[in-house]
Ligand binder design. Structure first.
Ligand code: NAP
Ligand code: MG
Length: 496
């Protein structure tokens, strides 16, 4: 599978792409539905015209989701029956992996090796993990008087809208869908207009696996679709991953409509602290580069603020430049490429504008230029700034591109202070072999995820993923994700 650039380009040209929204168990054939162009960031080729849904289609999907929920075809079957359908779905996705991997690569411009080794396998693992979890969660009996039985039971919420971003389209879809379906909810999935193709495709395999009509609907289109869902009186929950700006709008929509539950996984500006005692600086630099340049920097938990102890700054930067060099952009269909294009021109301009602002207040010490103009895509060199403090635009704002800000510190306490001086709190990392620093870092860094001597963290599905402060609330992955998609009910029974 995927052996050479030439054969990958050939397979890409042969791909049959589906562009219709999926409602009530089938792709819709609505003649009135508008279409939008879906381009590949690789070379700006038109991949497909995709349905651009509006109020009519959202209403159709909400009705179908609500009917399916109330009928009990999914919500009231046994957990093990749900498990079997989800496992079958994972198997079908696995059997169609070549098509799905290629589709995700074309739609996002990610390096195909990343989709093969990260996005795709982690999506399957997540689906299987929640499938396996669902018949192992027990309700509770609470002690009370002898003639009372008190129960705490978990029930599905109803119609869940999952609104997801463009940076990991397949993985983010599964992170939401898997626990929500495991709990018995019915779903409206809204992928980003920039990357709708795998979300559309996987719905077909869900139906083939036996998911009843109406339980999973995929509504493609722009932000308006997300907005309509957020205001909808018959949507019971919005589970969102994306920017703080849109997250705020969704909370407002909930407040102005039916107080639907809202869960927000938002952005970050995560600190990566390198202490001078860490013995393998080359390894730390390798990880630091990957933490911010992988996925063209479009990683919510990117290590985009590097805090290096002043005594090792020069040697560390030397190692870092060497590692950054491996991320020079290339064709994503080439197996050796580690960084592809930026998602589109709009985002590219935002990143360039951020670099321009950065140059006014900090030193550009690596990269910063557009490359591969002739490709038709928007490719950018990995970029590094040295900042005198944490208050600069470039060291404060989430750029969501391959742009790293480096700062120095003198003491561990100073590093902690800089690290925590941010409105975000998604992730933080510290590199040290001193037990005291490790444990203090774990306790005092205000972030949902703390990595010590690594910057990985998302492959273990038992670990909750989510943030403190303005990085949002609620957790994806792990058993705690079920909290987002269920209501807890207390029942008090007096025996007669
Ligand atoms: P975004 O602009 O906030 O969009 C996210 C989703 O919301 C898209 O599907 C978008 O649709 C939709 N949307 C737009 N306007 C809406 C509205 N008024 N109401 C409801 N939904 C609306 O974010 P993005 O640019 O796609 O993604 C980047 C952001 O996501 C970054 O801040 C990143 O840090 C964050 N992120 C967080 C995590 C995490 O787990 N914490 C993971 C990944 C990404 P359209 O795209 O069609 O406009
Ligand atoms: Mg696209």
């Amino acid at each position: 599978m995927f052996e050479s650039l030439k054969s990958n380009i050939k397979s890409a040209n042969l791909l049959q792409i589906e562009g219709r929204a999926f409602i009530n168990g089938e792709y819709i054939n609505q003649r009135s539905v508008q279409k939008m162009d879906c381009f590949s960031p690789i070379d700006h080729r038109l991949l497909k015209q995709v349905d651009c849904c509006g109020l009519y289609e959202v209403n159709l999907a909400v009705t179908s989701a609500k009917d399916s929920f109330q009928s009990g075809v999914w919500s009231k079957i046994t957990p093990s029956e749900r498990k079997n359908v989800l496992k079958k779905w994972a198997e079908l996705l696995h059997n169609n992996r070549e098509e799905l991997i290629l589709l995700e690569t074309l739609d996002t411009g990610k390096p195909i090796s990343d989709v093969m080794n990260i996005d795709f396998p982690q999506s399957i693992q997540c689906l299987e993990w929640f499938a396996e979890l669902i018949d192992k969660i027990n309700d509770e009996i609470i002690p009370d008087k002898a003639d009372y039985i008190c129960m705490v039971t978990r029930e599905p919420i109803g119609v869940v809208a999952a609104i997801i971003p463009w940076n990991y389209p397949l993985l983010m879809a599964i992170w939401k869908i898997a626990p929500a379906l495991a709990m018995g909810n019915s779903i409206l999935l809204k992928p980003s207009e920039k990357t709708p193709l795998t979300a559309i495709k996987i719905a077909q395999f869900a139906a083939e696996a036996g998911l009843p009509p109406g339980v999973l609907n995929v509504l493609t289109g722009g932000g308006e679709v997300g907005s309509i869902m957020s205001y909808h009186e018959d949507v019971d929950c919005v589970s969102f991953t994306g920017s703080g700006r849109i997250g705020r709008k969704i909370m407002q929509a909930s407040a102005q409509s039916n107080l639907k539950r809202v869960w927000l996984e938002l952005g970050g500006k995560s600190p990566n602290i390198i202490m001078p005692d860490y013995p393998d600086l080359k390894n730390a630099a390798k990880s630091a580069a990957s933490a911010v340049f992988s996925n063209t920097g479009a990683i919510c938990n990117a290590g985009s603020r590097l805090l290096v102890h002043q005594d090792i700054k020069d040697i560390f930067l030397e190692c870092l430049f060497e590692e950054a060099n491996h991320f020079n952009p290339g064709n994503p269909l080439d197996l050796t490429t580690r960084m592809g294009p930026v998602i589109d021109e709009h985002h590219f301009k935002f990143i360039l504008d951020s670099i321009r602002k950065g140059k006014k207040e900090a030193s550009l010490i690596y990269g910063g230029k557009q490359v591969l103009h002739e490709s038709g895509g928007f490719y950018l060199e990995p970029t590094i700034f040295e900042c005198s403090n944490n208050d600069k635009y470039i060291s404060r704002e989430e750029i969501f591109g391959p742009v790293l800000s480096v700062m120095t510190f003198k003491t561990f306490d100073e590093a902690l202070k800089i690290a925590n001086s941010t409105n975000y709190g998604l992730a933080a990392a510290i590199w040290t072999i001193d037990m005291n620093y490790m444990l203090r870092g774990s306790k005092e860094l205000r972030a949902g995820m703390v990595y010590v001597n690594n910057y990985e963290g998302i492959s273990n599905l038992n670990l909750p993923f989510g943030g403190y402060k303005q990085s949002g609330f609620g957790r994806d992955n792990s058993k705690y994700a079920l909290d987002k998609y269920s209501e807890l009910k207390s029942t008090v029974i007096h025996l007669k």
